[in-house]
Write a protein that binds this ligand. Sequence first.
Ligand code: TPP
Length: 313
Amino acid sequence: MAVETRINLKELASKPEKFAPGHRLCSGCAEGIIVRQILSAIDDPVVVATATGCLEVATSLYPSTAWRVPWIHNAFENAATTAAGAEAAYRALVRKGKLPDRNIKFLVFGGDGATYDIGLQWISGAFERGHRIVYICLNNEAYMNTGIQRSSATPTGAHTTTSPAGEVIPGKIQWRKPITEIMAAHNIPYVAQASPSHWRDLMIKVRKAVAADGPSFLNIFADCNRGWRHDTATAIEISRLAVETCYWPLFEVENGVWKLNYKPKEKKPIEEWLKLQGRFRHLFQPKFRHLIDEIQARIDQEWEKLLERCGEK
Ligand SMILES: Cc1ncc(C[n+]2csc(CCOP(=O)(O)OP(=O)(O)O)c2C)c(N)n1
């Protein structure tokens, strides 16, 4: 896949913004940063579909909108299907000569609730049919818009309103669902994991995703200071630490080939990432400390498996 990987910050800064300021995302929310990174990485015209979630409700409050691109509102579950329908209609009209082919790209944004849980079968269906859409999961690891309920992306040990840490449970019990692997198992042309802290890597992945001849999937780490209980100024620092601890490895699967995009020089202990977030505060009590070791062991195991898959071992 030949894509332009050269990214010049000066050029980027002079491009018109496709995502307007004045939206109602929380201060310090990573989602606004990520959406700007994504939209500025793409030069072709785009159509965006969003699933219900923080991004949608904070950017489309009638009568205003933050979207300076064509945008389609969706229910929680069917954003992938809507984009797939729009893409199919567009291709048919181009084929019949009723529309010029402007190389329009169809993007979907969904939270982890929309992606990992409620929308999964719809995304799977769109991928299986081969629609040329880019599905982007803004993964803030819980159902944040409705008040911090656990999702299947929530990490083990995290306190949420539906996995409250207390006498009965030490935060969420289950391990997060391996959605990036599940999407890669669809054998679509492009699947990747990215983080806004590594913006160049993220933007190149976006370019590869839109250039793919078929469906593509991006799982993007989306820090949420409200739900993760930390200062509003540290989204990027925490995202970088997620990569440096190998909690959030940066990798891609291009036409079935797994590739690691970043290997930390020194793998940091997960404790460093956990201790910055109030959602894990209880884990540092003596009675739950063993959980930190268990989380570390699982991260190590998954990292080793990924290294093998990517031919790094
Ligand atoms: C079928 C359905 N179930 C529940 C809801 C209520 N609801 C709206 S947004 C939301 C949470 C969204 O979570 P997520 O997709 O992770 O996005 P976030 O808000 O965290 O960005 C829920 C449960 C809904 N709109 N539709």
